[in-house]
Design a protein around this ligand. Sequence first.
Ligand SMILES: [Zn+2]
Length: 143
Amino acid sequence: MKKNKHLLPILGESVLQKAEIIYKQNGYFTDTILQELHSVYSTSLEQALDILDKTKVIQYYARDSKRTLYLIGKGDKQLRLFEDINFCFCETFRKDVLESGDKIMCEHVLGVKLAKITKGFVKEEMSDLYFVESLKIMSETLC
Ligand SMILES: [Zn+2]
């Protein structure tokens, strides 16, 4: 069956909301919800779970502006993501999300969403100045 590209993001969001409720009730993701997540996110789900298993997600929280940034992955595969914005600097995002539209989000954006549901992240405060510096580094990598 061909996936409907317009409905998929809506479906994806509702499956994530359901996953959050199930995680709160059980303390883990049940097989059923993992299957539902997989039917929408396919390989991104496995990769996201793998990243969460092997590395930690860091949430940077700017004290004054209350803005947040997430850091996911490790080494040269470490990526910074904005809170609740479906955007990533990785190859998968560029090819499979932006160009072909085969995926709703990459494994990093999904990983952060899952980490938020499971509270599987480390919280670190930063000054607003440092936060702005981090944004500058991010925008420079775009050029
Ligand atoms: Zn990514």
